[in-house]
Design a protein around this ligand. Sequence first.
Ligand SMILES: *[C@@H]1O[C@H](CO)[C@@H](O)[C@H](O)[C@H]1NC(C)=O
Ligand SMILES: *[C@@H]1O[C@H](CO)[C@@H](O)[C@H](O)[C@H]1NC(C)=O
Length: 499
Amino acid sequence: MFRCFFAVTLIACSLAAIVPDATETEEFKQWSGRIVGGHEATPGQFPYQASMRSAANAHFCGGSIINRRWVVCAAHCTNNRLLANTMVVVGAHHRVTGGTTHSVERIVNHPNFSQISLANDISMVRSATDFVESASVRFIQLEPNFIITGFPATSSGWGQTTNPGSAAENLQFLHVEVITNEECRSRLTLTNAARIGDTTICVSSPDGQGLCMGDSGGPLTYGGRLIGAVSWGVPCGTAAPDMFARISAVHGCLAATVPDATETEEFKQWSGRIVGGNTATPGQFPYQASMRNAANSHFCGGSLINRRWVVCASHCTVNRLLANTIIVVGAHHRVTGGITHPVERIVNHPNYSSITLANDVSLVRSATDFIESETVGFIQLEPNFIITGFPATSSGWGQTTNPGSAAEILQFLNVEVITNEECRSRLTLTNAARIGETTICVSSPNGQGLCMGDSGGPLTYGGRLIGAVSWGVPCGTAAPDMFGRISAVHAWLVSVIDV
Ligand SMILES: *[C@@H]1O[C@H](CO)[C@@H](O)[C@H](O)[C@H]1NC(C)=O
Ligand SMILES: *[C@@H]1O[C@H](CO)[C@@H](O)[C@H](O)[C@H]1NC(C)=O
């Protein structure tokens, strides 16, 4: 697993600096290097423990020795570090004296390390000389499995030297409990909870002590294997968990999370903008639904998939009252015409995230049957993963959050489905981090209509529904538009629809 990780990381290892950097926050700085409630280790108790030092022998981070040349560390420790100013000390008990010093010949930061979310906060440091095993120098195996919970896990370290007065002289350790990521999120602020992804593993001290055992880059072990590298935490005494990079996940996919996407200015500006679309003819999109409030005000689009169910976007229907939701089918105009149906059930995807907009698909059940006609028809769900394709078609009226710019008559746009990789490459790092398996991106091939937006509405390809309009970035930036990917939630859709 790590051989593969190296191969990838050697090619691309530097990340451009970006927006709100977690490592720049006061919270993060306060946490760094605090050690509370730890026990002093006996010499040789943690032979895999490494001390990362500057050329002046100042300890700056911990590390774990995994074989005769490599140390696992945290990317936030080694990002932008010069080889000439980095050494590895092994077999040490004291933070300043003793141990064997090795110079460093290579630093490989995880290519998907994010300073924003601290996802993939892992790095590898290669010694220029072999570590020689002894009573105080040994290697620790990597844990390939996803550890959900566990006790006791053990973390050790000296604390960072950014606050030298409080750093430990002798190696300290602490037994901690691995908690689920769900529990972890529930014990953090929303901003911090958003940083807990698949590449994070959280621990809690079961007795309420030592909650800020921190020695960045250092080991977290469980069952004799390395399961984490110390990543970040929040200030001591708040009963909050501490976060480690999850060893089993370092080769997994990007699971970055950032503050709630639906709250950003970008998202709000995008909502409901329709540019460069064409006016539909009546009945051209018989599966198009208009989701309205009780006052007949259109708030989102939808797609009719059978005589009772409409596919919509979770961000449209989350927290919506049934009594304030109606479905209008067979409409051409945004306000007049069509047939109105009351709603009897709204089912949001259980894994919808307003943070990442993953699984942004929902189902709305009409209380009465939709009657097929010239202007009312159903569209089939696409069960297959569409990688690329042209033309795909999206239609809608635009949201009424900005009524002046909403279309009176249904609009449509032919767009091109692009790969998720291309999509990421055309977005800012923050937005790229939101493109996952449950997203499908489109681009307008001629540079127009890039912000065709009518949340919840259809994206079709080859006569089937492949997406529900989810989100985008403001118009004119040549950025793609994002949809909830139907094939990714197909099994769920089928399990819910019952007609
Ligand atoms: C980094 O992210 C990209 C895009 O998600 C992915 O293809 C690649 O495998 C990731 N790299 C590693 C080493 O996980
Ligand atoms: C939601 O996520 C959980 C945990 O990953 C998974 O077990 C479950 O199948 C998901 N539910 C759906 C409907 O995809």
